[in-house]
Design a protein around this ligand. Structure first.
Ligand SMILES: O=C(O)CCC(=O)C(=O)O
Ligand SMILES: [Fe+2]
Length: 726
């Protein structure tokens, strides 16, 4: 096939020249594409020298390319066939035979790439000869040309040029001069037989895969694809698929081997593994910092090869963030190579950018840095291992907000450099396509290799002063610098690596802010707060008979986790305004409570709506099983935490509740936190005396289920009581 053709003999070898003053990911992609097509290795001119040709993405320039070519051609034999191509936005699509025969068929002495826009001097547009009928590529593009070395040398010396002059204008003037055009038999490649310029042509080419699974572009037979002009993001997106990138049948060709190594395998070759610095940037408010840290600690990558650094910024001043970090650092089982905590929560100038900068300047000798922002939850244990195995400049694990299309990458850019949806965005976000994707923007969590980090540092990507002055969002600025430096950003979705949290409404006001996340982040909320056995009882299979009954028509239900209990008690105690236990209760409509407890209502701490939502979502399926015929959604007027204490209120006399059924949830542990307590049902001479932490017992409120709270003899007992009236 044209993709892997053999080179027939040394003397017929094409020479490929290019200009690249620095190596970068774009040059590497160009070279790799030549290798894939069996072409001779392109020879980069100017490597290591300063680029003096100006910023050609913004204006004219590039004369240095012509000067470098003149010099290089000086000692090439006259009849040597030479192809010149730009290095940083081009890939080969075919091999030597295709290039040669297209060149020969053109009959040109010098065949030059053609494009749809007249640049940099539009006034020259009407001086151009008319292109063949139906051809829109009317104008010269200096990013690609070919011919015999002698012919090229004579052409490139037709007039003086300086480094900062415009190379395209230089060649355009030659082409528009009838004498020169004729003398060198200059021809524009109107048919794109060798050079396919993409700017303006994107809607006419489309991705296809041949029978062997190799990607190609329909409607072009060119050998060289050139992402000229402001369409680089789409150009690189296409390259994800071209050649051997990705196809349905072959899958991802540049992805790490599957399955990933086991923990045992990793530990065995631990000493060969690169060092990582993991920078956890808890600088902005975000929910579930404890889950974030626990999930990091669950990563399979050996901790002995990880330097962990945690930055606390002023935005993450919430109590739960500090507690989570303290718990984590105090945990002696984390055998990281080192742990550093930088508590900058009092420093108002401390931002995610300054955190990154400090990290990079204080080199840890690591081969990679993994930045984690607080909205990243890495539930996939192989994330770090896989990202390291990919070994790219920047690679992010795909993280998606559960149930949404919001993720930590963009597939395309709009004209202003902001988000646009690429053709493949939905397939990647939904994991319908798994692979490694070159993309124009990543955020939230990504691995940067040392070389790329140094390039970005030098380019000012972590300079908070420059950023503040620019007024651009950090992520967007960072990605745009990476793009301008040809530091490629990839996103990897070979496995489920985790998800994002929504921190747009994260509160910092409470003792346990995560309780408030029941709407914004239900996935993590359930993970943190729902009892793992709850789902078995809520499932369609579970029936009334599956519920334990400690007393007649009193049902045990595993409902919430110890974290829920702990967090709710913390909220109550930090609020602290317990009722006085008398019959006068201004919180009630009548102002009178017949059987008073020392308690705090959910409404008082701003968590009533949340709990009512909980009842509808999680109690309703249970109610349908326990109390057949009560099918309406549950609702409750009274939702409160009771505190029993030997010196305060220690018991509750027999009574009925103002409920159809009552949910009585144990928030702490008998034997450990208190002694005594429990609930007795006199009609059955039966007590629930060993409440289980996080379990509720559910009983009818009236008529048959008169009940009393038994005396607490030591310690403090907390229960969460809800009077449900569906
Ligand atoms: O102490 C108990 O478990 C019973 C509490 C109770 O019945 C109530 O608060 O209405
Ligand atoms: Fe009661």
């Amino acid at each position: 096939s044209v993709y892997y053709e053999k080179v027939s003999g040394a003397n017929s070898q094409l020479r490929i020249l290019t200009v690249a003053t620095e190596t970068n990911d774009a040059l590497a992609a160009f070279l790799a594409s030549a290798k894939l097509r069996g072409l001779p290795t392109p020879e980069p001119l100017g490597l290591g020298s300063d680029w003096l040709g100006g910023d050609v993405s913004r204006g004219a320039g590039g004369g240095q390319k012509i000067l470098l070519m003149r010099r290089a051609l000086a000692d090439v034999p006259d009849d040597q066939l030479v192809l010149f191509s730009d290095a940083y936005d081009a890939v080969f699509l075919a091999g030597q035979a295709a290039i040669r025969s297209a060149f020969e068929a053109s009959g040109a002495g010098v065949l030059i790439s053609a494009e749809r826009f007249c640049w940099p001097d539009q006034s020259l547009a009407d001086k151009y000869p008319k292109p063949p009928a139906g051809r829109k590529t009317a104008y010269l593009n200096s990013g690609g040309y070919m011919g015999k070395a002698g012919e090229l040398r004579r052409l490139l010396n037709y007039a003086p040029i300086t480094d900062s002059d415009d190379d395209q204008l230089f060649l355009t003037r030659a082409f528009l001069n009838p004498d020169l055009r004729q003398r060198h038999r200059m021809a524009l490649d109107y048919d794109c037989s060798v050079f396919q310029t993409l700017n303006g042509a994107l809607s006419e080419v489309s991705l296809r895969w041949d029978d062997s699974g190799l990607g190609y572009l329909r409607n072009t037979f060119s050998a060289l694809l050139h992402g000229n002009g402001p369409i680089k993001a789409e150009f690189w997106r296409l390259t994800n698929y071209l050649g051997r990138g990705w196809s349905d049948s072959l899958g991802c060709q540049h992805c790490p081997p599957m399955p990933p190594p086991t923990v045992a395998q990793l530990l065995q070759r631990q000493s060969e593994l690169p060092y990582l610095t993991v920078g956890v940037l808890l600088t902005d408010p975000a929910p579930f910092p404890d889950l974030l840290l626990a999930r990091l600690a669950e990563q399979t990558y050996p901790k002995q090869r990880i330097h962990l650094r945690i930055d606390l910024g002023p935005g993450a001043s919430a109590r739960n963030v500090h507690l989570a970090v303290r718990d984590f650092i105090d945990n002696p089982v984390h055998e990281y190579a080192s742990i550093v905590l930088n508590n900058a929560s009092d420093n108002l100038a401390f931002s995610p950018v300054s955190a990154r900068q400090i990290l990079l300047v204080n080199e840890y000798d690591s081969d990679f840095i993994f930045f984690v922002e607080p909205i990243s939850q890495l539930t996939g244990r192989d994330a770090l291992t896989q990202l390291v195995a990919v070994n790219r400049s920047i690679v992010a694990p795909l993280l998606v907000l559960p149930g949404k299309l919001w993720s930590n990458f963009w597939g395309a850019l709009n004209a202003d450099g902001y988000y646009a949806r690429s053709d493949d965005y939905l397939d990647i976000v939904s994991d319908a396509r798994r692979g490694l994707w070159n993309v124009p923007y990543v955020s939230a969590a990504y691995l940067i290799n040392r070389r790329a980090a140094q390039i970005l540092l030098k380019a000012g990507a972590f300079d908070s002063k420059r950023l503040a002055a620019s007024g651009v969002d950090y992520d967007i600025d960072f990605a745009s610098i990476a793009r301008s430096k040809n530091v490629f950003m990839h996103v990897l979705n070979t496995l489920p690596f985790g998800h994002l949290t929504d921190n747009s409404n994260t509160t910092r006001l409470h003792a346990s802010n995560d309780l408030w996340e029941i709407w914004a982040n239900p996935v993590d909320w359930e993970h943190k707060y729902m009892h793992p056995d709850y789902w078995r009882f809520a499932s369609d299979d579970a029936q009334l008979g599956d519920f334990e009954q400690p007393c007649p028509d009193v049902f045990w239900l595993p409902l919430v986790t110890p974290s829920f209990c702990h967090d709710l008690v913390a909220v109550m105690e930090s609020f602290g305004r317990w009722s006085d236990g008398t019959n006068t209760d201004p919180r009630l409509e009548g102002g009178y409570e017949n059987v008073p407890t020392r308690d705090i209502h959910m409404r008082q701490v701003g968590w009533e709506a949340h709990w009512l939502h909980f009842l509808v979502k999680y109690m309703h399926p249970i109610q349908l099983k326990l109390f057949q015929g009560y099918s309406d959604k549950p609702w409750a007027r009274m939702n409160f935490v009771v505190r029993y204490h030997p010196e305060e209120q220690k018991e509750l006399r027999p009574h009925h509740d103002a409920s159809d059924y009552t949910v009585n949830l144990a928030l702490n542990q008998v034997g450990e936190d208190f002694e005594g307590g429990g609930c007795r049902f006199p009609r059955y001479n039966c007590s629930v005396i060993a409440p289980r932490l996080g379990w509720a017992f559910v009983h009818p409120g009236r008529i048959t289920h008169l009940h009393e709270g038994l005396e607490v003899t030591k310690g403090v007992r907390y229960i969460f009581v809800t009077f449900v009236n569906p």
